[in-house]
Design a protein around this ligand. Structure first.
Ligand code: BMA
Length: 373
């Protein structure tokens, strides 16, 4: 904790300290949404909520078993943060690109909120220009959805469908459930149609502005915090290259995975810590909330990874949450994907040890923070 305080005080230019850091970007945000921002802001440098994509939907070897969660099977608690994805809602489908019915997503979001947990939503939306998937990275799609572009009307219909879903999320007293909406993720990579080789920084910034303006000011949706996130990155200038502006963003993050070019623990830890250090100072400078918006080591091949790699890294930094990607298990194409332990898997003991750290919050820890009050 002391080290974090030290970092906060001395590595940042004095004149950037303002009291305005406590407000979210949407001035008309609902009370619960404003509270979420303020309370997350207060966690900076103190706690990191553990998050998991699609956690209550399925895990390794099971699907839609009421109350079940791989994290809960292992620790006795749900995670603090729940990730879901809206990919294909734009097409009017009733289930997403990973076959999760939106009806179930809505129910899981309500339950997560009732438990005092936090919901973040990503959107692997199809390519509006070609009709291909989010990974169809032919250039031109971003330009096509801007006002005056040939797909602007189509994109606006897609946003209407997203808006319908987001405004249908209600708590027991009829209040809107706050959601961290993570749009155009990993935009410094080249694999999605909104990626760096597919559009100019100016085009993607306009796209952000158009999208948020439409949801917030045209559709009157005020239960959202907006997350900006890159993939792993090398410098502040790379990170900021496609950042749409402090008036639009609440959370700043990045995604990083061990594997491929960061195979061993040492190279991954080094990169992770370089990016977390950069993010600490970037987010602080902009008065935003830092988060590790996706992470993982597929299959967790090192059974001591949680206490050896994950915990030491996050403990030294400011991120308020870290979202592990989904436990898909064996997928239709035969490949396997999981990023947290599940009952009986190799890293269970180590994960439980990591979960005992006072820094990391799960269901009970986040519930005790009353983040919507
Ligand atoms: C990827 C993989 C895919 C999945 C996509 C969207 O990283 O998990 O299997 O379809 O995310 O959730």
């Amino acid at each position: 904790m002391k080290r974090r305080f030290f970092h906060y005080c001395f590595l940042l230019p004095f004149f950037h300290f303002q009291t305005s850091g406590q407000d979210c970007s949407d001035l008309r945000a609902t009370t619960e949404t404003k509270n979420l921002f303020r309370n997350l802001y207060a966690l900076i440098g103190k706690h990191t909520g553990f998050g998991h994509q699609d956690d209550p939907c399925y895990g390794v070897g099971w699907k839609y078993e009421p109350g079940r969660s791989d994290i809960r099977d292992v620790t006795g608690e749900y995670p603090a943060i729940y990730g879901f994805d809206l990919g294909r809602i734009e097409l009017g489908w009733t289930f997403n690109l990973d076959s999760v019915p939106f009806e179930k997503t809505r129910q899981f979001i309500r339950e997560a909120y009732e438990r005092g947990g936090i919901v973040t939503i990503s959107w692997h939306l199809n390519n509006p220009l070609t009709g291909g998937t989010a990974w169809d990275n032919k250039p031109g799609a971003v330009a096509s959805i801007l006002p005056g572009g040939q797909k602007n009307a189509l994109y606006t219909v897609w946003l209407d469908r997203v808006a319908d879903f987001l405004s249908s999320l209600k708590g027991k007293n009829g209040e809107s459930i706050p959601v961290i909406l993570r749009l155009f993720h990993e935009l410094n990579g080249a694999w999605f149609w909104w990626g760096k080789n597919q559009c100019s920084p100016e085009e993607i910034k306009q796209c952000w502005r158009y999208t948020i303006h439409y949801l917030r000011d045209e559709k009157n949706i005020h239960n959202l915090l907006y997350a900006f996130n890159t993939d792993k990155f090398f410098s502040e200038s790379e990170y900021m290259d496609r950042y749409p502006g402090d008036d639009l963003i609440d959370i700043m993050g990045f995604d990083i995975y061990q594997g491929k070019d960061l195979k061993d623990n040492e190279s991954f830890t080094q990169f992770l810590n370089m990016d977390l250090t950069l993010l600490d100072s970037i987010a602080s400078y902009h008065h935003k909330i830092p988060a590790l918006t996706e992470f993982g080591y597929n299959g967790v091949p090192d059974p001591t990874w949680w206490t050896k790699v994950f915990l030491p890294s996050i403990s030294m930094h400011q991120i308020v949450y870290a979202l592990a990607w989904r436990n898909a298990g064996i997928k239709q194409n035969g490949s396997s994907e999981f990023y947290t332990p599940y009952k009986g898997s190799a890293s269970v003991t180590d994960f439980k040890q990591m979960a005992e750290s006072e820094i990391v919050l799960f269901e009970k820890g986040i519930n005790s923070k009353n983040i919507y009050k």
